[in-house]
Design a binder for this molecule. Structure first.
Ligand SMILES: CSCCC(=O)C(=O)COP(=O)(O)O
Ligand SMILES: [Mg+2]
Length: 254
């Protein structure tokens, strides 16, 4: 795409970016965001227990935990009914959420609650998003070229707006056209990328370039006909031998 890179492939009309391991170090998510959520989930639930937002979060978690218990998922414990009292309910919710975070589960019930907890952290200046140094310049370049850039992350759309709204390079949302999360589908399922492709209204799925760090996500996106590159960043998981995808270590290579 960039003449200096002598990229000969045609410009993608759209670029869809993963976050953890792609725009943002895995260490920021694993060592800052997830511990913040774990350490503040009890305080958050207690402070917002009677709000409609948290009631919705709790209902989602109740449904997820019922399914986890039926499936025998490690760490799942029953959540008492509301008449057991607020403290009892919150204690069970905290135990389940801590187990979900420890297992790095990419489920909507967890991600929706995490986004609400992180919102407080950003508002209180306890959190600031982190992106790699090559990201802002690439976003600005693509924006100038008229390329639409979207985010597809397991983090909720709120969490995505928060991280890009307050980064180490300021507010980057002006370069982003939209956000997709697990409500469109799991990132390792091809139908999720078909759904995204339909939503973006491109002529053909290959008009979209998807960039992620996870092989299974790349494979699922390729199955939907998207153009795919894999991001290699410090601390990312190793890739399978002969994975067959183009890899990049910086957005400047796109
Ligand atoms: C929006 S920042 C938090 C990202 C997150 O919760 C997560 O699990 C990262 O998953 P991704 O799909 O972006 O690798
Ligand atoms: Mg990722």
């Amino acid at each position: 795409m960039n003449n200096s890179n002598n990229r000969i492939e045609p410009l993608p009309r759209c670029i869809v970016l993963d976050i953890e391991g792609t725009t943002t170090p895995i260490t920021f998510v694993a060592d800052v965001l997830f511990p913040y959520a774990r350490d503040n989930v009890g305080r958050h639930l207690s402070a917002t227990y009677d709000t409609a937002e948290t009631k919705d979060d709790i209902n989602l978690l109740r449904t997820q935990v019922e399914d986890d218990l039926a499936q025998g998922v490690d760490g799942a414990i029953p959540i008492p009914t509301d008449d057991a009292g607020k403290e009892e309910v919150i204690a069970a919710l905290v135990a389940n959420v801590e187990a979900m975070i420890k297992a790095d589960r990419k489920i909507t019930a967890l991600k929706q609650l995490q986004g609400h907890i992180w919102r407080t952290g950003y508002e209180n200046n306890e959190l600031e998003g982190v992106v790699y140094d090559d990201v802002p310049e690439a976003l600005e370049k693509w924006h100038a070229l008229g390329i639409k850039v979207y985010i597809y992350s397991s983090g909720s759309r709120l969490a995505q707006r928060l991280i890009f709204g307050k980064t180490n390079y300021g507010d980057l949302r002006k370069y982003l056209s939209g956000f997709f999360d697990t409500t469109v589908g799991n990132k390792k399922e091809t139908r999720s990328y078909i759904e995204i492709s339909e939503s973006l209204g491109v002529d053909k799925p290959s008009d979209i370039l998807f960039v992620t760090d996870v092989f299974q996500e790349a494979f699922a996106a390729k199955g939907a006909g998207l153009d795919v590159m894999i991001s290699i960043r410090p601390g990312n998981a190793p890739l399978p031998e002969n994975h067959g995808f183009k890899t990049i270590t910086s957005f400047a290579e796109i």
